[in-house]
Design a protein around this ligand. Structure first.
Ligand SMILES: C[S@@+](CC[C@H](N)C(=O)[O-])C[C@H]1O[C@@H](n2cnc3c(N)ncnc32)[C@H](O)[C@@H]1O
Length: 277
């Protein structure tokens, strides 16, 4: 069983009926995307809208469109599945998560629109319980750093994608000067508030990974500046989660290295080869 104390805190707050946590994190559990960061209002409503915007940016990188079969790996409370369901028709959307408690909430929260089909499945993103060449798109919003191994997930995504299918994700990507600090996280020692997070991947690492697993890089976007209001929001409302010093320290570290542009928030889109190679 994966240890993710921040989800324990979220689930406890949701259980208590905390309205700020329900509004800000009841659907999406990831950073926000503000097209104009200077205009961020930093209310729970504003943060929820920014979190929805980030999901849509990732879905755009995966070229999600009507009539597709889409997998959301590491689906949290089902926010990305809900967004795809609300914005597209004739869809078959799967949400996969390793944590049954999150899946239970997702199943309660997300109902398929007429013409769409939704299914939430328990499983590990590195051992996908799906047939070869069965999806048009795979998305993974802000979760790949938790997966046991990025390469293994890419190989699995490539296996389940149809020829020409897309994989898109968002991730915290290290720059070279930060590597000595983040290498410890690869060892899986960082079991603090956010659980094990491997923050040691670089842009070069993603290009090499794409090549090794047979993907072409279609999108590479540094959206760090668009996500920075997340930290101001967390400072203002993080108290609602009743978290301790580890949470404050880990979030503070992420904020400092992000503001220094040592840690980048990236969106990637990859394309599997067409049937003719
Ligand atoms: C930061 S949350 C993001 C959740 C969701 N993608 C969202 O954006 O709202 C990370 C998610 O990854 C999931 N996760 C971690 N390891 C996983 C694994 N090996 N396989 C599937 N899901 C995993 C966690 O349970 C959690 O839901």
């Amino acid at each position: 069983m994966i240890k993710l104390p921040y989800f324990d805190a979220l689930l406890a707050s949701l259980e208590r009926g905390d309205p700020v946590v329900a509004r800000a994190f009841g659907r999406h559990v990831h950073w926000g995307y503000w097209p104009d960061p200077g205009s961020a209002e930093l209310t729970p409503q504003d943060f929820a809208a920014a979190a929805e915007a980030l999901t849509r940016e990732v879905c755009q990188a995966a070229a999600v469109t009507d009539g597709q079969r889409v997998l959301d790996a590491g689906c949290g409370f089902g926010g990305t599945v809900a967004s795809i369901n609300e914005n597209h028709t004739e869809m078959e959307v799967y949400g996969l998560n390793i944590d049954q408690r999150q899946l239970a909430r997702a199943r309660k929260q997300v109902t398929s629109q007429p013409g769409n089909r939704i299914c939430f499945v328990a499983g590990d993103a590195c051992a996908l319980p799906f047939a070869d060449a069965s999806f048009d798109a795979v998305v993974a919003v802000e979760c790949i750093f938790h997966f046991p191994d990025r390469r293994c997930f890419f190989a699995e995504a490539r296996r389940v994608l149809k020829p020409g299918g897309r994989l898109a994700l968002s991730d915290f990507v290290a720059t070279a000067p930060l590597l000595p600090v983040t290498l410890w996280s690869r060892l899986g020692i960082g079991g603090g508030f956010y659980g094990r997070c491997d923050l040691s991947y670089t842009r070069g690492g993603y290009w090499r990974l794409a090549e090794a697993t047979g993907f072409a890089v279609e999108t590479e976007r540094d959206i760090t500046a668009n996500t920075l209001p997340t930290y101001s929001f967390l400072r203002r409302f993080g108290g609602a989660l009743q978290v301790g010093a580890a949470a404050v320290a880990e979030t503070g570290f992420a904020e400092i290295v992000s503001r220094l542009r040592l840690l980048r928030y990236m969106i990637y889109g990859f394309r599997a080869p067409d049937a003719n190679g």
